[in-house]
Design a protein around this ligand. Structure first.
Ligand SMILES: Cc1ncc(COP(=O)(O)O)c(C=O)c1O
Length: 364
């Protein structure tokens, strides 16, 4: 029956997420498995979220508030924007899909870096639009000049993943300013800031400042990472109200569930928890840098909660060998010997390093 499907969707690959812990336990008969594969945060959600969810569960027979009124107001206050400039999604991934639905006509083009978040490309193709993938530069950073060079009159969306997943590198403010100066107004610039809260580079631009000054900028943020709500699926966009209005037209009536809304509201209020995660990430990033250096492995310095490192051997093989030792990491980014590890707790990071050292000590 697949011949009934729209032709272009048959070319889309099914997304393969980081392997779940339970699956690895089941398949390999392991009891302790550590997942450092999907950039989830190291400490879990704020304890206050867990308390609030217990209460909210009793009301799940009601549909959620489709407009996310309380959360939208709280986010607007927190970010210093108008509530009408916020759009909530079932994860920021859903908003990438909604951007395609709302803005891409067949034949339109969407410019994106590669490797980067792997959903921009298929969600453009889903609409019969043309993805224009632009390789990173030699520093594993977005090549804004090369991206600007492929922009043309058919370009509708331009994705800047900042920090970029899987490299952890950032585009700095002067470069982004220059890029915006030359980007035509018929293009929407999507600044995907899923790891915004982890960044330490003082030259890192806050995308929301551009929403204030430009009509064609969309910022994506998420509660999945530092706020620890990946399993509940909730993210948001900040953009001018005309853009939010387009996204609202293509969204499902109840796209953000009630537990996610309650949890996000509580998580947003617990900025101490966010600060604890920032501090932990800073310390553990240094620990992993030192360990990579001790093992003689190259890595890309990161502004996020993950590190791309060079194992010096076939990444597929390393992935499997690490899995057998109960540590899930992530490869498949198009670099033959590089993999990405999420920065975890000290215990998790030590387990990761022990496993890696043992893998590298084995004959190939
Ligand atoms: C750069 C980037 N954008 C967006 C997402 C999607 O996050 P979510 O849909 O959980 O909000 C991710 C998740 O890994 C990501 O790395």
């Amino acid at each position: 029956m697949s011949r009934l499907a729209r032709k272009n969707i048959l070319d889309l690959a099914v997304y393969r997420p980081g392997k779940p812990i339970e699956e690895v336990q089941r398949e390999l008969g392991l009891t302790e498995v550590i997942k450092l594969a999907s950039n989830e945060n190291a400490l879990g959600p704020s304890p206050a979220v867990i308390g609030v969810l217990k209460g909210a569960v009793a009301a799940v027979h009601y549909y959620p508030d489709g407009s996310c009124y309380r959360l939208r107001e709280a986010l607007a206050g927190f970010l210093g924007v108008d509530p009408a400039e916020i759009h909530l999604g079932n994860g920021s991934n859903e908003i990438v899909q909604q951007l395609s639905l709302a803005f891409l006509e067949p034949g339109d083009e969407a410019v994106m870096p590669v490797p980067s978040f792997p959903r921009y490309e298929p969600l453009a193709r889903m609409m019969n639009a043309v993805p224009r993938e632009v390789p990173l530069d030699e520093n594993y950073t977005l090549d804004l000049e090369a991206m600007a060079a492929v922009v043309n009159r058919r370009t509708k969306l331009v994705y800047i993943c900042n920090p970029n997943n899987p490299t952890g590198t950032v585009v700095r403010k002067p470069e982004l300013d220059r890029f915006l100066e030359i980007l035509p107004e018929h293009c929407l610039l999507v600044l995907d800031e899923a790891y915004f809260e982890y960044v330490e580079d003082p030259a890192y631009p806050n995308g929301i400042d551009y929403v204030r000054t430009r009509p064609n900028v969309v910022v994506l943020r998420t509660f999945s990472k530092i706020y620890g709500l990946a399993g509940l699926r909730i993210g948001y966009a900040v953009a001018r109200r005309e853009i939010v209005d387009c996204l609202e037209r293509v969204r499902e009536p109840f796209n953000v569930n009630s537990l996610a809304q309650e949890a996000a509201l509580t998580a947003l209020r617990d900025q101490d928890h966010v600060a604890a995660l920032q501090a932990l990430n800073r310390t553990e990033k240094t620990y992993l840098y030192e360990e990579f250096s001790r093992l003689g492995l190259d890595f890309v310095p990161t502004e996020a909660n993950f590190i791309l490192f060079d194992a010096g051997r076939d990444e597929k093989q390393i992935f499997q060998q690490m899995l057998r030792r109960g540590v899930i990491i992530r490869g498949g980014f198009g670099y033959p010997t590089k993999l990405r590890v999420t920065i975890g707790t000290r215990y998790q990071n030590e387990r990761f390093i022990q496993a890696l050292e043992s893998v590298l000590g084995e004959d190939e």
